[in-house]
Design a protein around this ligand. Structure first.
Ligand code: NDP
Length: 452
């Protein structure tokens, strides 16, 4: 099909998506990126076109919206919104995290659930796609307030999830503490101890390496990309954004591989430490963010060699490898230009959709190594899948076993991206590779299961 006709198909498809899902700009953005890779492929494979597989994937199987009332420490009633998007169950139970953040809305959760369908398929494990959360902001709340919120949220959510139906996990604002409160309430309501959530504590059904998995996985994926150009992490300068779960373990693994991580950030600004964030400094960050729940600028009170840049993103720092691990659309076109000007070799996305379409276009035009989130950060959900397997077998695997399985999965995701994304000049377009690689398995399952 001629390029112009393909472009017309993409435009027509997107016009319908925008009309059906008004105002959901992140969802439009995520669907467009996938449609651009998939529509040319679908035109060559008419069985997917006739069955309208892409149109069906872009429509959630079910959207659950609910009220979450709770009482704060002053006795005042608070009301938040609760959501669960059950996007696609063709290859397994819905699976995907819960996000608690004031910016959460339907469009953001639909973009995340849509990406999750492709990501989960890429892991090779039997998991469908879902996502959920609330506009609740855990920041500044006491443990008791977080617990009461989680209990109220789960009271409704428990009607819709289950170990063979829908298995949520953590995401922004939902870490070990929140998963604990959510699990406790589910168990109490249902009177059953099952693997209904992943990211659980080790003592109560969690998997070793689950906390590390997303950050480690993004580094393993970058390692595979670098290998295609005979490069590795040793001696490289790394810029990381975020300072939460994903950023912390990306820092740990990159440092273990001999690289120097020089930045971390939060939504207020970033710190630059030219000497590198070594294991001891990382332990300080983990305590600061996970226990004291403080701000990243406090790093500079402790380490005089570091500087804090309020209201800025770390991409202006010269680096060889960038690992965005905070949130969506945190690398815009201008940030990408600076990264490229500074000879950044490789971008591996720990976060979901951190690069805007303009940034992605620049990476691809300069043919730099670019691993999109749905491939590069799939290690988290893959290890959640391993947690589900261990729960079903009532067994737990050793750290080495889980890490080895995670590493193998990331290598295989990379191979799958190469298979579908290698272009005629040898350049690997990981965007195309991840989109087509993730699509085919789901599409075949949907064809086999009929019009449901
Ligand atoms: P955390 O809540 O542990 O950490 C999030 C980090 O990102 C914090 O440092 C936070 O700063 C920062 N951040 C959040 N929102 C913004 C914003 N609007 N602007 C700038 N910084 C922001 O979350 P995770 O580490 O779990 O998640 C990070 C990313 O990784 C997300 O995109 C998530 O979807 C993705 N991801 C996570 C997985 C997981 O297993 N946890 C799996 C796959 C992807 P602050 O404290 O100021 O809010």
């Amino acid at each position: 099909m001629a390029n112009q006709a393909i472009e017309q198909r993409i435009n027509d498809f997107m016009a319908k998506i925008i009309a059906k899902n008004p105002g959901e700009k992140e969802f439009h953005q995520a669907v467009k990126e996938v449609a651009e890779s998939l529509i040319p492929f679908i035109e060559e494979n008419p069985k997917y076109k006739t069955a309208k597989i892409l149109e069906r994937i872009a429509e959630p199987e079910r959207v659950i919206l609910f009220r979450v009332p709770w009482t704060d420490d002053k006795g005042e009633i608070q009301i938040n919104k609760g959501y669960r998007i059950e996007m696609n169950s063709a290859i397994g139970p819905y699976k995907g995290g819960l996000r608690f953040h004031p910016t959460v809305n339907l469009g953001i959760l639909k973009f995340l659930a849509f990406e999750q369908v492709f990501k989960n398929s890429l892991t090779t494990l039997p998991m469908g796609g879902g996502k959920g959360g609330s506009d609740f902001d855990p920041k500044g709340k006491s443990d008791n307030e977080v617990m009461r919120f989680c209990q109220s949220f789960m009271t409704e959510l428990s009607r819709h999830i289950g170990p063979d139906t829908d298995v949520p996990a953590g995401d922004i604002g939902v870490g070990g503490r929140e998963i604990g409160y959510l699990f406790g309430q589910y168990k109490r309501l249902r009177n059953e101890f099952t693997g209904v959530l992943t990211g659980k504590g080790l003592e109560w059904g969690g998997s070793l390496v689950r906390p590390e998995a997303t950050g480690y996985g993004a580094v393993y994926f970058a390692q595979e990309m670098l290998k295609t150009r005979n490069l590795d992490f040793k001696g490289k300068i790394i810029a990381i954004s975020g300072s939460g779960n994903v950023a912390q373990y990306a820092t740990e693994k990159a440092t273990q591989l001999g690289a120097k991580v020089v930045t971390l950030s939060d939504s207020d600004g970033y710190i630059y430490d030219p000497k590198g964030i070594d294991a001891e400094k990382l332990a300080f960050v983990m305590n600061l963010k996970n226990i004291r729940r403080g701000r990243i600028r406090e790093y500079c009170d402790k380490y005089a060699e570091a500087k804090y840049f309020a209201g800025k993103r770390p991409w202006e720092v010269k680096c060889d490898i960038a690992l965005p691990c905070a949130t969506q659309n945190e690398i815009e076109g201008d940030d990408a230009k600076i990264l490229i000007k500074n000879d950044c070799l490789c971008i591996s996305e720990g976060a979901n959709m951190p690069s805007t379409p303009e940034a992605i276009e620049l990476y691809l035009s300069k043919k730099i190594l670019y691993g999109p989130g749905k491939a590069a950060n799939a290690g988290g959900v893959a290890t959640s899948g391993l947690e589900m397997s261990q729960n079903s077998m009532r067994m737990s695997w050793s750290r080495e076993e889980v890490d080895a399985k995670l590493h193998t999965i990331m290598i295989n995701i990379h191979k799958n991206c190469m298979k579908w994304g290698t272009e005629s000049d040898g350049f690997i377009n990981y965007v195309k590779g991840a989109n087509i690689g993730g699509f085919v398995k789901v599409a075949e399952a949907m064809l086999a299961q009929g019009l449901v």
